[in-house]
Design a protein around this ligand. Structure first.
Ligand code: PA5
Length: 406
């Protein structure tokens, strides 16, 4: 993975302070250690799911579903996978009914994933599915030790797997939460972790990623008042759900009240897909308020060389320069052209290039974003890992639910 920064930053002292803080944080925050974990118990568990199972349905929301979905949707177009993954993440009745209509329940295993074990969306959906299929053997539950869900799963005699200690929901993709569904689908989870580990070593071992990530984090933190909207502009449809994962990670981690201060701060994530969004959001970046930074993500080798045919269309001869061009080249030329256009406007930007669509590159990319989030959180002086702001709405809903007269 290559990361080219188009902005300059000199302050070494702030960078070094952030690095020391993050190194210290490894003692208390669980996600940092995930790339080195031993996955043998996950692989042993995967072997217990019979080959007759063709579908894996995840019931979970937020950090309990977005990471696995991002990786699955990234890898799916390039690899013949063993099983299909489905994600029940919404209380939208049409979505639940549509997803269920695609599943043969006899050939489906359900993974109910909830760290807290009490999430309303997850359990309303689970209750509905359980009313259609109440065999505990077709369910595996993933939760924190001691949660109400653990007790429930044990009561019905279903399998329970656990999250490692101190791993927050949105930082849990490389734990059981993401690895179990992905392993069941046939994705190479060891390669995923190896990619993340390579990036980790480059950062903590003072390699190329240390300097790059620190510079980028300091830039975001320093300019968080002016450039408070951070767009990812990914030039591949395979990265659509990666963008959703990024939006949750960045938004839920970095929108907070500062420690020892009355100020609310926040960086707003936007996920864009090129070239589609060149025909929509790009105008706002180019000519709108100067409050956005952009990170382009490119894939060097799509491993698909379909080519625009050598056909001249009457009255459209001006488009003949497209003839014989591989689509993979066209999309990257489009990305380069937009980068040049934004540079002319002095929009702060950087570009990440990944060599191919594979597990290792996605592991590295996700770990890169997790580290970046931790660094920026440290530099803007907030608690990156809590989410008090989402609690109020949940309490109000709970009150409404208990006062319902049916
Ligand atoms: O990052 C987080 O902590 C949240 O987005 C959670 O992942 C989300 O609320 C789901 O929670 P749970 O896994 O407890 O059901």
């Amino acid at each position: 993975m290559k990361n080219k920064l188009y902005f300059k930053l000199k302050n070494k002292k702030v960078q070094e302070e952030a690095f020391i803080a993050i190194k210290k944080e490894q003692k208390t925050i669980g996600y940092y250690a995930l790339p080195e974990q031993d996955i043998s118990s996950i692989l042993t568990y995967s072997e217990t799911i019979p080959d007759t199972i063709e579908n894996i349905a995840v019931i979970g929301i937020g950090g309990s579903s977005l990471g696995a979905k991002a990786i699955y949707e990234f890898i799916k177009p390039t690899k013949k996978l063993k099983r299909k993954l489905y994600f029940f993440e919404s209380t939208d009745p049409l979505n639940i009914t549509t997803l269920l209509s695609k599943l043969n329940l006899k050939k489906t295993h359900f993974l109910v994933i909830s760290k807290s074990g009490t999430t309303i969306e997850t359990f309303s959906i689970y209750k509905y599915i359980y009313s259609l299929q109440n065999n505990p053997k077709v369910y595996t539950f993933i939760t924190d030790p001691g949660s109400p869900l653990e007790k429930y799963a044990q009561e019905i005699g279903a399998t329970v797997l656990y999250l490692p200690k101190n791993v927050g929901g949105r930082f849990s993709v490389l734990s059981t939460v993401g690895l179990v569904p992905l392993a069941l689908s046939g994705i190479n989870i060891q390669a995923l972790l190896d990619g993340a580990n390579k990036l980790k070593k480059s950062f903590f071992g003072a390699g190329y990623m240390k300097d790059t990530l620190l510079k980028k984090a300091v830039f975001y933190a320093r300019h968080h008042m002016q450039y408070n909207i951070n767009c990812i502009f990914a030039y591949s449809e395979t990265l659509k759900y990666f963008c959703e994962w990024y939006v949750q990670l960045w938004g839920e981690s970095l929108g907070k009240r500062q420690h020892h201060s009355a100020f609310h701060v926040g960086l707003t994530p936007i996920g864009l897909i090129g070239p589609k969004d060149q025909h929509s959001f790009l105008q706002l970046i180019m000519e709108g308020t100067r409050n956005k930074s952009v990170t382009f993500i490119k894939i060097e080798d799509f491993q698909d060389e379909i080519v625009i045919p050598d056909i001249s269309l009457p009255h459209l001869e001006s488009l003949d320069s497209l003839n014989t061009l591989p689509f993979s080249k066209l999309i990257n030329m489009q990305c380069e052209s937009v980068i040049e256009a934004l540079l002319e406007e002095d929009i702060p930007l950087d570009s990440i290039t990944i060599s191919q669509v594979n597990e290792s590159n996605m592991g590295a990319l996700m770990y890169y974003y997790e580290l970046l989030t931790s660094l920026v959180g440290e530099l803007i002086d907030i608690n990156t890992y809590d989410q008090p702001g989402v609690e109020t709405g949940k309490h109000i809903l709970k009150k409404k639910l208990t006062s319902l007269s049916r």
